[in-house]
Each structure stands twice: as C-alpha cells, then as structure tokens.
Design a protein around this ligand. Structure first.
Ligand code: PEP
Ligand code: MN
Length: 333
C-alpha cells in the first residue's frame, strides 16, 4: 500500500503519519521526493482502514498494491480448490452440470425432471424452494414443502441438489437437507448471510451480484472463507449492462480473470444470463470453451406452464442436445 502525502505537507505532519503507519504492524519505508513524501507499506495491509488515512487533509491519495481479498486469492493458495458434493467434484479439472427447474413446483415435476436430467448426463439437480421475486405478487416458492420434494427427487435418482437460501432464519433448515447451498445474485452482499455461510458445514454456490465487480465478487467469497468454510463455488450469471435485448449480459471474460487471481472454481448460468431458451446452448458452449468448471441450467418439462422463468427454461430433450454439444466442446478444449 502506498500513502502519498500532499506536496508541501508540513514536516511535522509527515512525521506524525510515519508514527501512525508504524503502528499498523507493517514494514514502512519513506520515499522523499523533491515535492512530496510517499510511504510504502509492506506486509498484511488487508485490515488497514484506508478511509481513516485518506481523511487526513495532508494526504493526497492512498494506492493499494495488494488485492483486498486474501484467502480467496491464488497468492494465498496456488492450487485450485476442488469442492466435493457427494461424488460430484467441481474445480481442479472436475466439471459439473447442474440442471433442473427454476422453482420446485410439485413432487411429480421434481422426480420426473431429476430422472431425465440424470439420463442426459447432469451431475446435480437444482430447484428453488424459496424464490427471490422482483414482485411481491409473483409466486414466492413452495418453501419447506419444496425442500421435501427435492429430498424425494434425490432419493429417486441419487443426484445431490442445490437450493437457494434467502435469509439467516431459514439457513438451518436448508443446511439440514441441501447438498450445496446457493446464495443468489440479490444476496451476494447480504453480509449476515455470508457470515452464516462461513459457519456452514455445507459447500456454498455464490452467484455474482447483478452489478458486482470482480473484486466485490471475490470479497463476498472472502467473507465465507474467512468465516471457516473453504468450500465455495462461484457462479457467473450475467451482469447488468446498457443492452436489454437479453435479460443480462454474460461476462465470459470474468472466467479466465477469476482463474488468474483466485483458486476458487467458477461455473456459468447461461439461463439467467440471457433469459431466452434459444440462447442457452450457444452460451453454455462458450462458457466451457473459456474454461468454466461447469454449468447450471434451468430445465422444465413444460416451460409454457412454469411458475417462474419459463422463457429461459429448456425442455428435457433440448437439454440432452445441449449436453451432447457441450461434451464435444469439452473434448476439443
Ligand atoms: C436462480 O438461480 O433461480 C436465481 C434466482 O438466480 P440469480 O440469483 O442468478 O438471479
Ligand atoms: Mn430462475
């Protein structure tokens, strides 16, 4: 971290700053320029509250050299994290395909979908029992009953399942039955929820916030890891841009970018990224081509009757076709 003093800052203020910086426990070097003084801090600066130094009227600017995330960084852990969900592994060369409906609607829907997506090669099942909906008048999910339907679908197929948690209050309930716990886009910066996830014994699927930068995304993961849970899978699901032809814009570049700076696995959700079933397959192929560790895809047996996100849901046969072409891309890569 660099602390740049203003040109002409009184020597007494420069000295005071030096004394203060020495108390941070880092190694402090002073670079005396002709116009101004610069302090270079070497060591763990992640706990330093930058604002308290930037507020000093004699400070021109503070520049961070180190990333603010530590445990999520590849410097901290050079080898890829492999998250294990039963027999399904994600990361370090292991790929996973998670498929299922946006929302859990009925036991028949869940069991039938689970059987079909398994046949087509999915390694995990998805289904939201607690749904984050933009409108309070929209279907809000089947809640606790929905969780039981997911349990039944797992019993019928052996597929582990992921489901979303929206609040600290329902965390225990979901943790008791889910194999992988999803923290959705809208809650990526729900800090109490992230802290609770850090104490969980279950792996966490953390979806990128709608307008979260790569740094904010990794800082959210840092909350979970710093809390004690290292089993975190990231998920790129499209971000908000100026374009509204698609529901969101799939940020493919974040995948190689995350791979450079972090050891965490990252999967892609092409369904929420585009919002249109016809675009899910091409985006899924692109995601695997740029090195994603897997996919999460919405599949519904009757998309026209789906209670949530029907327009972006694939019919099971279409999902089967996607799996064949994605397989080819993976072999080619
Ligand atoms: C979902 O996976 O059903 C969901 C609501 O996703 P997101 O948080 O990415 O919008
Ligand atoms: Mn959905």
């Amino acid at each position: 971290m660099l602390v740049v003093m203003k040109p002409g800052a009184p020597q007494s203020e420069v000295d005071k700053m030096y004394t203060r910086l020495m108390q941070t426990g880092t190694e402090v070097s002073v670079i005396e320029g002709t116009q101004q003084s610069v302090f270079a801090l070497v060591g763990d600066t992640s706990k330093i509250e930058v604002g308290t130094y930037a507020a000093n009227q004699h400070v021109e600017k503070i520049m961070r050299v180190q990333q603010p995330y530590k445990m999520a960084s590849r410097i901290f852990q050079p080898q890829d994290t492999v998250v294990e969900i039963g027999s399904c592994k994600v990361g370090g060369g292991h790929k996973a395909v998670i498929a299922g409906p946006c929302s859990v609607e009925s036991i028949e829907q869940m069991v039938q979908t689970a059987i079909l997506v398994k046949q087509y090669g999915a390694t995990m099942l998805r289904g939201g029992a607690y749904k984050p909906r933009s409108s309070p008048y929209s279907f809000q999910g089947t809640g606790e009953e929905g969780l039981q339907m997911l349990v039944k679908a797992r019993e019928a197929t052996g597929l582990p399942f992921v489901t979303e948690v929206m609040s600290v209050e329902t965390f225990d309930l979901i943790e008791d039955c889910a194999d992988l716990i999803q923290i959705g886009t809208r809650n990526m910066q729900n800090f109490p929820l992230l802290k609770r996830a850090g104490k969980s014994s279950k792996p966490i699927l953390l979806k990128r916030g709608m307008s979260a930068t790569l740094e904010e995304f990794l800082m959210a993961a840092e909350y979970i890891i710093a809390g004690g849970n290292r089993q975190v899978i990231l998920c790129e699901r499209g971000i908000r841009t100026f374009d509204n032809y698609t529901r969101n814009t799939l940020d493919l570049s974040v995948i190689p970018a995350i791979k450079e700076v972090s050891h965490l696995p990252i999967i892609v959700d092409p369904s929420h990224a585009c919002g249109k079933w016809s675009m899910v397959e091409p985006l899924a192929k692109a995601a695997m081509a740029v090195g994603a560790d897997g996919l999460i895809i919405e599949v519904h047996h009757q998309p026209e009757k789906a209670l949530c996100d029907g327009a972006q849901s694939l019919k099971p046969e279409k999902f089967g076709k996607l799996m064949t072409s994605v397989q080819r891309i993976m072999e080619a890569v």
